[in-house]
Design a binder for this molecule. Structure first.
Ligand SMILES: NC(=O)c1ccc[n+]([C@@H]2O[C@H](COP(=O)([O-])OP(=O)(O)OC[C@H]3O[C@@H](n4cnc5c(N)ncnc54)[C@H](OP(=O)(O)O)[C@@H]3O)[C@@H](O)[C@H]2O)c1
Length: 342
């Protein structure tokens, strides 16, 4: 039926414990009709991101709104305008911004992700649409501004990156390498570690699931890292911070290992920070919003020069979106996790 629309919804909030595919449903309704100031889109690629987990907890103190049960889940995406009643967009435009996990997504004219921006055009220099969500999107911008704007390694510094085979970590590590640092990655499997060293030029990579992690860290970095770029938090980061020396720095990007905790996560045991006299700095990409255009140009340049290689894990079809979300939290992705809908 021409006016049919499918969309992915959340059945219940989950605070504590893992999210399973059964908490999602593929619902059916009618294709929405845009009102004044609204745009109807056909999503072509959807970004699957860790922050979505926080919107599934039902905990209102999370920094983004909670998903309403039974309503379409939203994330960043790339789509094609089908019908527009907004002066800034016309049918056929290729756009990126917040959109629904649906065959047809309604953009209200004000839907936005805090600090990331509203609906806008996709830069024509971007060759593959999903890259607008990964290396040229939230992942790439976070890696770039986190590394160049916050971590700022000096040549010869040892930079340790956790979540190193993920969307942000893989790019952040390559940028640290471009800046002249010795780069060591932490990832959840030997295969991921091999990819980091063989394909992305990391100097070393360690499997954080190893029973000998503390020894492995000491062997790779007898003096500890100068900068720890942390995407995961939790027990892994406690082990790292316990071996860091005074005045070395933790750049906190995310805490994914805690997002399934009862209280929604984000708690950090500061004892090793206190005991070792570490310097801690957190950031969000939103702090650098005014620099996005320059950041995009820099990332495009590094990719074209072969200095940043792109890793992506792609799921196909709207019905695969729950699988992709669960897979992201279980570490099934290497590089950016996306769902393509073409
Ligand atoms: N500061 C900001 O502005 C900003 C913006 C976006 C995202 N973030 C944060 O940055 C981090 C990375 O995000 P991303 O989009 O690039 O996701 P990602 O790293 O591509 O995907 C998540 C990865 O996290 C790892 N992971 C999952 N559970 C883990 C656990 N219990 N312990 C250790 N690692 C675990 C898995 O890899 P393994 O196989 O290696 O376990 C998984 O592949 C997240 O913490 C996210 O919340 C921050």
């Amino acid at each position: 039926m021409a006016d049919r629309n499918r969309f992915v919804t959340l059945n219940r909030h989950v605070a504590g414990g893992p999210v399973e595919e059964t908490v999602f449903s593929l619902a059916e309704g009618t294709r929405p009709a845009p009102g004044d100031g609204e745009v109807l889109l056909r999503p072509l690629a959807l970004s699957v991101d860790p922050y979505l987990r926080g919107q599934m907890t039902g905990i209102d103190t999370f920094y983004l709104p909670q998903f309403a049960l039974g309503q379409p889940i939203t994330s960043l995406g790339v789509g094609r305008v089908v019908e527009s009643r907004h002066p800034g967009f016309a049918a056929g435009d290729l756009v990126q911004g917040v959109m629904q996990w649906a065959d047809y997504s309604l953009w209200s004219g004000s839907d936005t992700l805090k600090g990331v921006g509203a609906l806008g055009p996709v830069d024509p220099a971007i060759d593959k649409l999903s890259h607008a969500l990964g290396v040229y999107g939230l992942n790439g911008m976070t890696a770039l501004f986190g590394m160049v704007g916050v971590a700022r390694p000096e040549p010869g510094d040892t930079v340790l990156v956790s979540g190193a085979a993920g969307g942000i970590g893989a790019v952040a590590g390559q940028i640290a390498h471009i800046l002249g640092a010795r780069v060591i990655g932490l990832a959840g499997s030997q295969a991921k570690c091999d990819t980091l060293v063989r394909d992305l030029g990391f100097d070393a990579a360690l499997n954080y699931r190893s029973a000998t992690l503390a020894d492995d860290l000491r062997q790779a970095m007898p003096r500890g890292p100068d900068i720890y770029f942390d995407n995961v938090g939790g027990a892994v980061s406690q082990a790292v911070m316990a071996m860091m020396r005074r005045h070395t720095r933790v750049v906190e990007c995310g805490q994914i290992s805690t997002y399934d905790d009862e209280n929604g996560g984000w708690t950090v045991d500061i004892r090793p920070i206190h005991a070792n006299g570490l310097i801690w700095e957190s950031f969000t990409t939103a702090h650098f919003a005014e620099f996005y255009p320059g950041g995009l140009a820099q990332l495009i340049h590094w990719v074209r020069a072969g200095k940043i290689k792109i890793l992506e894990t792609e799921h196909r079809g709207l019905e695969a979106a729950p699988r992709a979300m669960v897979g992201l939290l279980r570490g099934e992705n290497i590089g950016k996790m996306v769902v393509t809908l073409e």
